[in-house]
Write a protein of this length. Structure first.
Length: 79
């Protein structure tokens, strides 16, 4: 989880500014593949409106399972 946290803290500087994409409508989203124990932790840590989500400027939007049914993917939004 340490590597995931480091990535989350740097996402806003690595992602293009909102509206910098074609037609100025590109939302700033990031899909990450993580350990199957991480999606629930990230959902709590980065819940929209939470103190930590506001502090780092990233919120959890969705989690998805892999082909084996394990939660492995998270969709994050840079706000």
């Amino acid at each position: 989880l340490n590597v995931v946290r480091d990535i989350v803290h740097r996402l806003s500087e690595w992602m293009s500014p909102a509206g910098a994409g074609p037609k100025n409508e590109a939302p700033r989203h990031c899909w990450m593949e993580v350990d199957d124990s991480h999606p629930s932790m990230l959902e709590q840590w980065l819940a929209p409106g939470s103190k930590e989500s506001t502090r780092v400027g990233v919120q959890h939007l969705d989690s998805r399972s892999d082909f084996c049914g394990r939660d492995r993917f998270v969709l994050l939004s840079i706000v």
